[in-house]
Design a protein around this ligand. Sequence first.
Ligand SMILES: NC(=O)NCCC(=O)O
Length: 389
Amino acid sequence: MASTSQLLSLDKMIMNSLSDKELLEYNRIHYGRCDHNEIEIKRNTAELATKNDFEIAAYDFPTKKEQIRSPRIVRVGVIQNSIAVSTDKPIADQRQGIFNKVRNIIESAASEGVNVLCLQEAWSMPFAFCTREKQPWCEFAESATDGPSTLFLKEFALKYGMVIISPILERDDIHGDTIWNTAVVINESGKVIGKHRKNHIPRVGDFNESTYYFEGNTGHPVFDTKFGKIAVNICYGRHHPLNWLMFGINGAEIVFNPSATVAGLSEHLWAIEARNAAIANSYFTCAINRVGTETFPNEFTSGDGNPAHKEFGHFYGSSYITAPDGTRTPGLSRVKDGLLIAQIDLNLCRQIKDKWAFTMTQRLDLYAESLNKAIKHDYEPQVISNKGK
Ligand SMILES: NC(=O)NCCC(=O)O
């Protein structure tokens, strides 16, 4: 049995274990894909990936042509990355190290014609919230409009005409220097068009994020961009179906789920939740997880009976993309930095709404009324008792 960090990729393990015919059947039955639908990567891009030791993969989601509407083809890209230097180094060096490695991955995305690119949760820092220490980690918090991560990415957005989603630790100096877990959306002209703050803050395992920031106060914004209506459901929000639902109600066509989650906790859920959300809401979902094992200078505990430790488990990567019909790409590696690209036609969202009618049959009025009752203090659950019958 491979340990949490030894298995390089679930999909590679399956690919290597099956014959070509069996693999086609696996893809058809499990992933809903009639073919591998791989898109060939340009030689120079592939070389850049090899030289800088990251994986690159691209897949097509073939979609029926319509008579009236023209296809709305978009290339989306997601980046998973490990940290670059150890967590005891100065903050500026840690951030710069990540910038240096991510720069190459963004260049590759541009070379492959990516239109919308999303990075992982808190991409420009280690996921240090496990420690509960305020220093030095709060120093990573930065302005959404002109902090180092935004300034770094704005240049690429403008240079390559790309929309970039940058999930960061935000410092809001207008509102009491408060800290938030925020995704910043930069448009193809390099302008920040808005941000979304993480709605659900975990209280599980070593995810001690509630020491640093509150639940977000930005609702469920959908950003109407040149490349479609996009939204961001940050990490732990993927366990909350109503969070996914609201982005759909607001018209999202692609929902990104930048995450940081570890083996032993959530890996058996990973392939299900974002995929299910795509099906339930008739939109594309892009699940992105960071990669690598992060070790911190001081020991920490989380009151869960585990002895004090310095390691935050293994972030297992495995980023993947799902279409509204539930078909999905294979996942990226469990251990390596990577860029996953999908060529999608946004018209598929409405085609699937017409086919399955989930939006038409979802009975929002019924649930709104029931939920309204359920949140009242004097609510009596609708249970029919068998006692005395
Ligand atoms: N970053 C984050 O919210 N992680 C919580 C753990 C999980 O959702 O798997």
